[in-house]
Design a protein around this ligand. Sequence first.
Ligand SMILES: [Fe+2]
Length: 318
Amino acid sequence: MSQQNRLGPAVGGFGSSVRGRVVGILGPAVSVLIAAIFAAVFVSAFAEAESAHFHHVRLNVTDPEATMEFYTRVFGATPTRYANSVDALYTERSFILFNVVDEPPPSALKSGLWHIGWGGIDMPHKYEWLKSQGVKIHTPLYALGSSFVTYVQGPDDELIEVNTMGHNRFGHVHLFAEDVNETVKWYLENLGLSARRPHVPKPDLTRVRAWSNSFRCDNVSIIVYGRPDFTPKPPWWRWEPLTEFEPTEGRAINHIAFSYPDLKPEIKRMRDNGVTIVKPIGFRYDMNHTSFFVEGPDKVLIEIVESPSIPEGIWDEE
Ligand SMILES: [Fe+2]
Protein backbone atom coordinates (compact mmCIF):
# COMPACT_ATOMS: atom_id res chain seq x y z
CA MET A 1 0.00 0.00 0.00
CA SER A 2 1.39 3.43 -0.82
CA GLN A 3 2.19 5.95 1.88
CA GLN A 4 -0.62 8.11 0.48
CA ASN A 5 -3.12 5.33 1.05
CA ARG A 6 -1.73 4.55 4.47
CA LEU A 7 -2.32 8.14 5.55
CA GLY A 8 -5.80 8.47 4.12
CA PRO A 9 -7.63 11.57 2.88
CA ALA A 10 -7.86 13.35 6.23
CA VAL A 11 -4.19 14.35 6.19
CA GLY A 12 -4.42 16.68 3.20
CA GLY A 13 -7.48 18.56 4.45
CA PHE A 14 -7.15 19.24 8.14
CA GLY A 15 -3.37 19.03 8.30
CA SER A 16 -2.62 21.41 5.43
CA SER A 17 -5.07 24.13 6.45
CA VAL A 18 -3.73 24.34 10.00
CA ARG A 19 -0.18 24.17 8.70
CA GLY A 20 -0.86 27.13 6.37
CA ARG A 21 -1.82 29.41 9.26
CA VAL A 22 1.26 28.32 11.24
CA VAL A 23 3.62 29.13 8.32
CA GLY A 24 2.23 32.67 8.05
CA ILE A 25 2.99 33.40 11.69
CA LEU A 26 6.37 31.70 12.17
CA GLY A 27 8.15 31.81 8.80
CA PRO A 28 9.47 29.05 6.55
CA ALA A 29 12.30 27.59 8.68
CA VAL A 30 10.12 26.89 11.66
CA SER A 31 7.37 25.70 9.35
CA VAL A 32 9.57 22.88 8.09
CA LEU A 33 9.94 21.65 11.66
CA ILE A 34 6.23 22.06 12.30
CA ALA A 35 5.44 20.18 9.09
CA ALA A 36 7.65 17.32 10.21
CA ILE A 37 5.88 17.19 13.56
CA PHE A 38 2.49 17.22 11.86
CA ALA A 39 3.60 14.44 9.54
CA ALA A 40 4.80 12.31 12.44
CA VAL A 41 1.61 12.86 14.39
CA PHE A 42 -0.60 12.03 11.42
CA VAL A 43 1.41 8.98 10.43
CA SER A 44 1.09 7.60 13.92
CA ALA A 45 -2.61 8.51 14.16
CA PHE A 46 -3.67 7.24 10.75
CA ALA A 47 -1.25 4.46 9.91
CA GLU A 48 -3.19 1.34 9.08
CA ALA A 49 -2.00 -2.23 9.19
CA GLU A 50 -1.02 -3.80 5.90
CA SER A 51 -3.24 -6.78 5.15
CA ALA A 52 -2.03 -10.03 6.65
CA HIS A 53 -2.32 -13.27 4.71
CA PHE A 54 -3.81 -16.45 6.11
CA HIS A 55 -0.94 -18.84 6.72
CA HIS A 56 -1.91 -21.96 8.67
CA VAL A 57 -4.02 -23.79 11.21
CA ARG A 58 -1.90 -25.60 13.81
CA LEU A 59 -3.25 -28.81 15.27
CA ASN A 60 -1.95 -30.80 18.22
CA VAL A 61 -1.81 -34.36 16.96
CA THR A 62 -0.82 -37.66 18.48
CA ASP A 63 -0.23 -39.43 15.18
CA PRO A 64 0.88 -37.12 12.36
CA GLU A 65 0.73 -39.91 9.79
CA ALA A 66 -2.92 -40.55 10.67
CA THR A 67 -3.66 -36.82 10.40
CA MET A 68 -1.90 -36.59 7.04
CA GLU A 69 -3.83 -39.57 5.75
CA PHE A 70 -7.18 -38.32 7.06
CA TYR A 71 -7.08 -34.82 5.57
CA THR A 72 -5.65 -36.11 2.30
CA ARG A 73 -8.28 -38.81 1.87
CA VAL A 74 -11.32 -37.04 3.30
CA PHE A 75 -10.71 -33.39 2.46
CA GLY A 76 -8.40 -33.49 -0.53
CA ALA A 77 -5.54 -31.70 1.19
CA THR A 78 -2.14 -32.03 -0.44
CA PRO A 79 0.65 -33.64 1.57
CA THR A 80 3.71 -31.43 1.51
CA ARG A 81 7.06 -30.89 3.15
CA TYR A 82 6.61 -27.52 4.82
CA ALA A 83 9.68 -25.27 4.66
CA ASN A 84 11.60 -28.31 3.42
CA SER A 85 11.43 -29.45 6.99
CA VAL A 86 8.25 -31.07 8.32
CA ASP A 87 5.36 -33.09 6.99
CA ALA A 88 2.33 -30.88 6.59
CA LEU A 89 -0.81 -30.39 4.56
CA TYR A 90 -1.42 -27.73 1.96
CA THR A 91 -5.02 -26.56 1.55
CA GLU A 92 -5.33 -24.39 -1.54
CA ARG A 93 -3.49 -21.32 -0.27
CA SER A 94 -2.53 -22.14 3.30
CA PHE A 95 -1.26 -24.97 5.45
CA ILE A 96 -2.24 -27.30 8.24
CA LEU A 97 0.77 -27.77 10.48
CA PHE A 98 1.08 -30.10 13.46
CA ASN A 99 2.56 -30.11 16.90
CA VAL A 100 3.17 -33.76 17.71
CA VAL A 101 2.05 -34.50 21.26
CA ASP A 102 2.16 -37.63 23.41
CA GLU A 103 -1.26 -37.36 25.03
CA PRO A 104 -4.55 -36.73 23.21
CA PRO A 105 -5.13 -32.97 23.37
CA PRO A 106 -8.31 -31.70 25.01
CA SER A 107 -11.00 -31.30 22.38
CA ALA A 108 -14.05 -30.23 24.39
CA LEU A 109 -15.56 -27.07 22.93
CA LYS A 110 -14.31 -24.65 25.54
CA SER A 111 -12.07 -22.27 23.62
CA GLY A 112 -12.49 -19.32 21.28
CA LEU A 113 -11.43 -21.52 18.36
CA TRP A 114 -14.60 -23.50 17.77
CA HIS A 115 -13.90 -25.38 14.53
CA ILE A 116 -12.43 -25.32 11.05
CA GLY A 117 -14.62 -25.82 7.99
CA TRP A 118 -14.68 -27.34 4.52
CA GLY A 119 -17.21 -26.85 1.77
CA GLY A 120 -19.36 -29.46 0.13
CA ILE A 121 -21.35 -29.18 -3.08
CA ASP A 122 -23.83 -32.06 -2.88
CA MET A 123 -24.02 -32.38 0.87
CA PRO A 124 -26.53 -35.24 1.22
CA HIS A 125 -24.33 -37.43 -0.95
CA LYS A 126 -21.15 -36.13 0.62
CA TYR A 127 -22.54 -36.93 4.06
CA GLU A 128 -23.17 -40.54 3.03
CA TRP A 129 -19.66 -40.68 1.57
CA LEU A 130 -18.14 -39.27 4.81
CA LYS A 131 -19.90 -42.00 6.76
CA SER A 132 -18.71 -44.63 4.27
CA GLN A 133 -15.17 -43.43 4.93
CA GLY A 134 -15.56 -44.11 8.64
CA VAL A 135 -15.41 -40.43 9.56
CA LYS A 136 -16.60 -39.77 13.10
CA ILE A 137 -19.87 -37.86 12.91
CA HIS A 138 -20.22 -35.23 15.60
CA THR A 139 -23.51 -33.72 14.46
CA PRO A 140 -25.61 -35.52 11.83
CA LEU A 141 -26.50 -33.66 8.64
CA TYR A 142 -29.25 -31.09 9.01
CA ALA A 143 -30.85 -28.55 6.73
CA LEU A 144 -30.31 -24.85 7.28
CA GLY A 145 -32.48 -22.96 4.81
CA SER A 146 -31.45 -24.30 1.42
CA SER A 147 -28.07 -25.47 2.74
CA PHE A 148 -26.91 -28.51 4.68
CA VAL A 149 -24.52 -28.73 7.58
CA THR A 150 -22.74 -31.54 9.39
CA TYR A 151 -19.93 -31.57 11.93
CA VAL A 152 -17.34 -34.31 11.96
CA GLN A 153 -14.27 -35.03 14.03
CA GLY A 154 -10.67 -35.29 12.92
CA PRO A 155 -8.20 -37.87 14.25
CA ASP A 156 -7.64 -35.97 17.51
CA ASP A 157 -11.30 -35.02 17.78
CA GLU A 158 -10.75 -31.54 16.38
CA LEU A 159 -14.14 -30.29 15.21
CA ILE A 160 -14.68 -29.83 11.48
CA GLU A 161 -17.79 -28.37 9.87
CA VAL A 162 -18.75 -29.42 6.37
CA ASN A 163 -21.46 -27.28 4.83
CA THR A 164 -22.98 -26.43 1.48
CA MET A 165 -20.66 -24.22 -0.50
CA GLY A 166 -19.84 -23.90 -4.17
CA HIS A 167 -16.73 -26.00 -3.64
CA ASN A 168 -15.20 -28.83 -1.61
CA ARG A 169 -12.26 -26.84 -0.24
CA PHE A 170 -11.03 -25.57 3.11
CA GLY A 171 -13.17 -22.51 3.61
CA HIS A 172 -13.50 -21.16 7.11
CA VAL A 173 -12.33 -20.84 10.67
CA HIS A 174 -15.14 -20.36 13.18
CA LEU A 175 -14.44 -18.43 16.35
CA PHE A 176 -16.43 -17.81 19.50
CA ALA A 177 -16.30 -14.35 21.04
CA GLU A 178 -17.40 -12.83 24.29
CA ASP A 179 -18.15 -9.67 22.30
CA VAL A 180 -18.41 -10.15 18.53
CA ASN A 181 -17.73 -6.49 17.78
CA GLU A 182 -14.64 -6.27 19.97
CA THR A 183 -13.22 -9.46 18.48
CA VAL A 184 -13.84 -8.45 14.87
CA LYS A 185 -12.40 -5.00 15.59
CA TRP A 186 -9.22 -6.59 16.94
CA TYR A 187 -8.63 -8.62 13.76
CA LEU A 188 -9.47 -5.74 11.46
CA GLU A 189 -7.21 -3.29 13.28
CA ASN A 190 -4.28 -5.56 13.96
CA LEU A 191 -4.22 -7.59 10.76
CA GLY A 192 -5.36 -4.94 8.29
CA LEU A 193 -8.45 -6.87 7.24
CA SER A 194 -11.86 -5.49 6.38
CA ALA A 195 -15.43 -6.54 7.05
CA ARG A 196 -18.55 -5.65 5.13
CA ARG A 197 -20.15 -4.65 8.42
CA PRO A 198 -17.56 -3.78 11.05
CA HIS A 199 -20.22 -3.54 13.77
CA VAL A 200 -23.22 -5.82 14.29
CA PRO A 201 -25.54 -4.92 17.17
CA LYS A 202 -26.22 -7.78 19.54
CA PRO A 203 -29.58 -9.21 18.42
CA ASP A 204 -32.43 -10.72 20.38
CA LEU A 205 -30.98 -14.22 20.70
CA THR A 206 -34.39 -15.82 21.14
CA ARG A 207 -35.24 -14.78 17.57
CA VAL A 208 -32.05 -15.30 15.55
CA ARG A 209 -29.54 -18.12 15.22
CA ALA A 210 -26.56 -16.22 16.59
CA TRP A 211 -24.87 -12.91 17.16
CA SER A 212 -22.57 -13.26 14.19
CA ASN A 213 -20.17 -11.41 11.94
CA SER A 214 -17.43 -12.46 9.55
CA PHE A 215 -14.52 -11.21 7.53
CA ARG A 216 -12.16 -12.74 5.02
CA CYS A 217 -8.45 -13.25 4.88
CA ASP A 218 -7.46 -14.39 1.39
CA ASN A 219 -9.71 -17.37 0.59
CA VAL A 220 -10.57 -18.11 4.23
CA SER A 221 -13.66 -16.74 5.94
CA ILE A 222 -13.24 -16.05 9.62
CA ILE A 223 -16.68 -16.33 11.16
CA VAL A 224 -17.27 -15.01 14.65
CA TYR A 225 -20.25 -16.12 16.74
CA GLY A 226 -21.12 -14.74 20.12
CA ARG A 227 -20.35 -17.56 22.54
CA PRO A 228 -23.31 -19.63 23.71
CA ASP A 229 -23.18 -18.31 27.28
CA PHE A 230 -26.91 -17.85 27.65
CA THR A 231 -30.09 -19.81 28.22
CA PRO A 232 -32.20 -21.07 26.64
CA LYS A 233 -29.41 -22.62 24.57
CA PRO A 234 -29.27 -21.93 20.85
CA PRO A 235 -30.26 -24.94 18.69
CA TRP A 236 -26.65 -25.53 17.61
CA TRP A 237 -25.30 -25.89 21.17
CA ARG A 238 -26.08 -28.89 23.35
CA TRP A 239 -23.57 -28.41 26.17
CA GLU A 240 -23.44 -26.26 29.26
CA PRO A 241 -23.38 -22.51 28.58
CA LEU A 242 -19.86 -21.47 27.59
CA THR A 243 -19.20 -18.68 30.05
CA GLU A 244 -15.40 -18.92 30.32
CA PHE A 245 -12.86 -19.57 27.59
CA GLU A 246 -9.94 -21.93 27.98
CA PRO A 247 -6.77 -20.78 26.14
CA THR A 248 -6.49 -22.47 22.74
CA GLU A 249 -2.84 -23.44 23.23
CA GLY A 250 -2.51 -27.14 23.93
CA ARG A 251 -6.00 -27.96 22.70
CA ALA A 252 -6.84 -29.97 19.57
CA ILE A 253 -6.84 -26.79 17.47
CA ASN A 254 -3.84 -25.01 18.94
CA HIS A 255 -3.80 -21.75 17.01
CA ILE A 256 -4.27 -19.98 13.71
CA ALA A 257 -1.53 -18.12 11.90
CA PHE A 258 -1.22 -15.19 9.55
CA SER A 259 1.81 -13.99 7.63
CA TYR A 260 3.66 -10.82 6.75
CA PRO A 261 6.80 -10.57 4.63
CA ASP A 262 8.61 -8.58 7.35
CA LEU A 263 7.79 -9.03 11.02
CA LYS A 264 9.65 -6.16 12.67
CA PRO A 265 7.26 -3.35 11.74
CA GLU A 266 4.29 -5.58 12.51
CA ILE A 267 5.39 -6.54 16.02
CA LYS A 268 6.16 -2.89 16.77
CA ARG A 269 2.76 -1.81 15.50
CA MET A 270 0.99 -4.50 17.52
CA ARG A 271 3.00 -3.67 20.64
CA ASP A 272 2.10 0.00 20.21
CA ASN A 273 -1.54 -1.08 19.91
CA GLY A 274 -1.28 -2.83 23.28
CA VAL A 275 -1.43 -6.37 21.90
CA THR A 276 -0.06 -9.00 24.28
CA ILE A 277 3.07 -10.53 22.75
CA VAL A 278 3.26 -14.15 23.93
CA LYS A 279 6.57 -15.00 22.21
CA PRO A 280 8.75 -12.34 20.56
CA ILE A 281 10.22 -12.74 17.10
CA GLY A 282 12.30 -15.87 16.99
CA PHE A 283 13.32 -18.72 14.74
CA ARG A 284 11.15 -21.79 15.36
CA TYR A 285 13.36 -24.77 14.77
CA ASP A 286 10.42 -27.17 14.77
CA MET A 287 8.87 -25.41 11.75
CA ASN A 288 11.98 -23.93 10.15
CA HIS A 289 10.45 -20.47 10.10
CA THR A 290 10.57 -17.16 11.93
CA SER A 291 7.51 -15.93 13.78
CA PHE A 292 6.05 -14.27 16.83
CA PHE A 293 2.97 -15.18 18.84
CA VAL A 294 0.28 -12.91 20.23
CA GLU A 295 -2.78 -13.48 22.34
CA GLY A 296 -5.80 -12.59 20.29
CA PRO A 297 -9.23 -11.89 21.73
CA ASP A 298 -11.00 -14.66 23.64
CA LYS A 299 -7.68 -16.36 24.55
CA VAL A 300 -7.06 -17.43 20.97
CA LEU A 301 -3.35 -17.93 20.28
CA ILE A 302 -2.24 -16.35 17.01
CA GLU A 303 1.09 -16.83 15.28
CA ILE A 304 2.47 -14.28 12.85
CA VAL A 305 4.86 -15.96 10.42
CA GLU A 306 7.49 -14.18 8.37
CA SER A 307 6.67 -15.28 4.85
CA PRO A 308 5.89 -13.88 1.44
CA SER A 309 2.23 -14.33 0.66
CA ILE A 310 1.06 -17.73 -0.48
CA PRO A 311 1.21 -18.99 -3.22
CA GLU A 312 3.68 -16.36 -4.38
CA GLY A 313 5.94 -17.25 -1.48
CA ILE A 314 6.11 -20.82 -2.58
CA TRP A 315 6.89 -19.94 -6.17
CA ASP A 316 9.54 -17.47 -4.96
CA GLU A 317 11.44 -20.25 -3.28
CA GLU A 318 11.72 -22.33 -6.41
FE1 LIG B 1 -18.67 -22.88 11.01
